[in-house]
Write a protein that binds this ligand. Structure first.
Ligand SMILES: Cc1ncc(C[n+]2csc(CCOP(=O)(O)OP(=O)(O)O)c2C)c(N)n1
Ligand SMILES: [Mg+2]
Length: 788
């Protein structure tokens, strides 16, 4: 227990070391490392110091190996310092903090070497991730997996200004709906943000809000020195003054020091005997030590608060802190980017007994026996199992997924049918898929899957309509066996849940294959969370539908234009936009495999789908066609040797492209029709091939698109068309230097029928013909599509 003074002494010594090492890391990056022009490290020193005691208490004493932590972005030097003491971070990387391949500015699962559980950086997202990680842990255990491992706590170290981020509130509500457990959020209540001092009384708002959502709230305001002083005669008057002191003033006095506190206390409390004596008994330094002994800086108080939790309810700790505690700019409102000067650092170094040249020595300056400190670190429960990242075997995916074809279908319908087929069987694949949707389960065609596999809830909940025998197409029975997580309408939550589900193999040692559905335009609503999930290397599949202007009668507000470009640009996400359902089948099978690859090639998958029902092509799915679909393109109609023009299309406009080729055929020779299933894969393959040829001269590797376009004559034109931004395919002209016309959608919001809108945006058959004409010399094209 941490009431043991010897243990507390060790913990406090290590915390002092962590403050030193984290500050030195930052100082080193700014003043010592050569060639650091432009690499000034702001926003770390003060922000880090705030959390030193809290994080030391957690990592050196409270945490267990199964616990997982999201660390406030700017506390990264503190995290790295702790890992350095544990032996999981190198001096070299600390010396290279924020440099190329050095320790990261914000803790990163993928770029740091020291066992980061959740990346942070975009404030708010790591916080919510812990909540969803806890729900995922419950999901895994409810399905009978990972029972041989103890349950972990999911912990976030949260900046108080970070709490402004809306995604945190969205997550809180979702957590309440799902009976959240095992989650701790520790708010670093330093009452400062980046720019300023926060509003008075914020803690009260936090407290009410958390209680409202079923959380316990523990406020750690006073350190043990303060609590002792409050018990002295006059102590209650001092406590009253502290409680009533405005945030700004308290911060300012912490910056100014003991004498300033003394003056204010005298002026404001007046001469009241006992309290005056209490103050006068202390020197300026002692008074400052007392007044800055807030709960968050007091090892005993923090350990007590954490250790007192003997239940699995979610807990919010509001720990009072001072930004920059222990450093010359503590409490100053401008300290966010504050850095110690060389002179300040020298003075501080001397006070810490750190000899020049010994700055990185683990126990330099501490009076405790180094062997005892080393043993203490080795025995810290958190560190007992070394690195804590788990893995899970690959789930087998059939070469091809089956579905019952009909002559006319939409890709969205195909997606639903394919999942339904999987749900009917009893494969391992079927049991590891988990779906989620933000209130658009039925409208994105997940209904059949949910009917078969059920909704997930920790406790059984019958669908009342079903038990009352009221006819309904959908079964909403919920149980711990269910495989669909229904979310409220919040796309940020959807992607953070994907991030948590998609890391289950690393966190729970049990692989899940998460599939999310949402309307395509709302990718943009959750985009930062999607980016964050990819950055963490979480693995999931997103089916976004309906998309583009093709959703015509659904309304202009739901049209998406930029998403194909997002799909191309998003790192870690392979994007596809199939036109036919047999392509969807190939892509989904590929996707489930791609989500499990650990060779640096894998990632998540985005399917941009459509509600437009179109004539399906009847064909055999050959292995060649299959790999061409996943590589991004194939000839739906091969160009002849003298091709004057080819049409390259993506997605739902396939019928227009096919029609245009038919109409052009009379007056233009050898026209080809290129089906592009993934502009993203195609483009990525092209850039990779160029890089390979540059890096290894003499290598003749050609990318898929280079091979496809190779037979085209020089003067052949390329018309590209999709229901999305034209830039998505416009680059095709540069692959081999062909002239190109890129058609697509650039404006937003007009409703109408599909025909109206395709005509309006210039992506109908006639627009394709016009573009083809402008690229070729021959006679005008005689036949046009007739207006309907
Ligand atoms: C989404 C997002 N917006 C803005 C920022 C820039 N930023 C970094 S930290 C911060 C606020 C810091 O305040 P707080 O969370 O209270 O942490 P403290 O530094 O006080 O410990 C801001 C605005 C960011 N990292 N992420
Ligand atoms: Mg703050």
């Amino acid at each position: 227990m941490t009431t043991d003074p010897a243990r507390l002494e060790m913990l406090s010594a290590l915390a002092r070391k962590v403050l030193w090492l984290s500050s030195w890391t930052i100082h080193h990056a700014n003043h010592i490392r050569p060639n650091v022009d432009g690499l000034k490290v702001g926003g770390h020193q003060a922000s880090s110091a705030s959390l030193v005691t809290i994080m030391s208490a957690l990592y050196f004493s409270v945490l267990r190996p199964q616990d997982r932590v999201a660390v406030k972005p700017h506390a990264s030097p503190v995290f790295h310092a702790i890992q350095y003491l544990f032996g999981h971070q190198s001096r070299e990387k600390l010396e290279n903090f924020r440099g190329f391949k050095g320790a990261q500015s914000y803790p990163s699962r993928t770029k740091d070497v020291d066992d980061v559980d959740f990346s942070t950086g975009s404030v708010g997202l790591g916080v919510a991730q812990t909540l969803f990680a806890s729900l995922v842990q419950d999901y895994v255990r409810a399905h009978g997996w990972a029972k041989d491992r103890p349950e972990g706590r999911m912990i976030a170290l949260v900046g108080d200004a970070e709490m402004d981020e809306g995604n945190i509130f969205e997550a809180l509500l979702e957590g309440w709906k799902h009976g959240l457990r095992n989650t701790w959020w520790v708010v670093d209540y330093n009452r400062q943000s980046l720019d300023a001092v926060v509003r008075e009384g914020l803690w009260e708002k936090f407290e009410t809000m958390f209680r409202n959502f079923g959380w316990d709230v523990v406020i750690v305001k006073y350190g043990s020195l303060m609590r002792k002083a409050f018990a002295e005669p006059g102590g209650q008057a001092l406590k009253k003054w502290i409680d009533e002191c405005p945030n700004q003033l308290y911060s300012a006095l912490c910056f100014q020091g003991g004498a300033a506190f003394r003056k204010h206390l005298r002026d404001e409390i007046g001469d009241q005997g006992a309290v005056t004596q209490l103050i006068d008994r202390r020197s300026d330094d002692q008074l400052l030590e007392l007044m800055s002994n807030l709960g968050g800086h007091d090892m005993a108080s923090m350990c007590e608060a954490f250790e007192a939790i003997d239940h699995d309810r979610p807990v919010c700790f509001i720990a009072y802190t001072i930004k920059g505690i222990g450093l010359p700019f503590q409490g100053h409102k401008d300290n966010h980017a504050g850095l110690m000067t060389v002179a300040q650092m020298e003075k501080w170094r001397a006070a810490q007994n750190i000899r020049p040249g010994r700055e990185w020595d683990k126990f330099e300056g501490l009076s405790q026996d180094p062997a005892a400190l080393e043993a203490f670190l080795a025995n810290a429960p958190f560190n007992r199992e070394g690195r804590r990242r788990l893995s899970a075997p690959v789930i087998e995916v059939p070469e091809r997924l089956s579905f019952t074809p009909s002559s006319q279908m939409s890709t969205q319908q195909g997606f639903g049918l394919l999942l339904n087929e999987i749900a009917r069987g009893d494969s391992e694949l079927a049991s590891r898929i988990v779906t989620a949707s933000p209130d658009v389960t039925v409208s994105t065609n997940l209904g059949a899957w949910v009917n078969r596999r059920g909704l997930f809830a920790r406790a059984e909940k019958a669908d009342l309509f079903r038990s009352e025998k009221i006819p309904s197409t959908f079964n909403w029975d919920a149980s711990p066996r269910g495989q669909h997580i229904e979310l409220g309408i919040a796309e940020m939550n959807l992607f953070i849940l994907m991030s948590a589900l998609g890391l289950s193999h690393a966190i729970n040692g049990e692989r899940l294959l998460p599939v999310a559905t949402l309307y395509d335009p709302f990718i943009e609503r959750g985009l930062d969370a999607l980016n964050y999930a990819c950055y963490q290397d979480a693995r999931f599949m997103v089916a976004a539908t309906p998309s583009g202007v093709t959703l015509a009668p659904e309304g202009g507000a739901h049209q998406s234009i930029a998403t194909p470009l997002i799909g191309m640009a998003q790192d870690g996400l392979a994007s596809f936009e199939p036109a036919f359902v047999d392509e969807v089948a190939v892509i989904m099978a590929f996707g489930f495999r791609h989500m499990q690859r650990e060779d640096g090639e894998g990632g998540s998958v985005y399917l941009r789908l459509s509600t437009r029902s179109i004539d399906q092509v009847q064909r055999m799915m050959t292995p060649d066609l299959q790999s061409a679909i996943t590589e991004g393109a194939y000839w739906l109609r091969k160009p002849g040797p003298n091709a004057e023009v080819i049409i390259a299309y993506t997605g739902a406009v396939a019928p227009e492209a096919i029609e245009a080729v038919g109409l052009l055929g009379e007056s233009r020779r050898d026209i080809g029709l290129l089906a592009i299933t993934s502009a993203d894969q195609l483009h990525a393959g092209w850039t990779a091939a160029r890089k390979l040829r540059r890096d290894r001269r003499g290598v003749q590797h050609l990318s898929h698109i280079e091979k496809l376009l190779a037979p085209l004559p020089r003067e052949c034109g390329i018309v590209t068309v999709l229901d999305g931004h034209p830039a998505t395919l416009a680059w095709l002209g540069s692959v081999r230097g062909h002239r190109a016309e890129a058609l697509g959608v650039e404006h937003f919001g007009q409703t109408g029928t599909i025909d109206d809108l395709y005509r309006h945006h210039g992506i109908d058959a006639n627009a394709i013909i016009d573009a083809a004409e402008s690229l070729t010399a021959g006679a005008p094209v005689r036949h046009r599509k007739m207006a309907v």
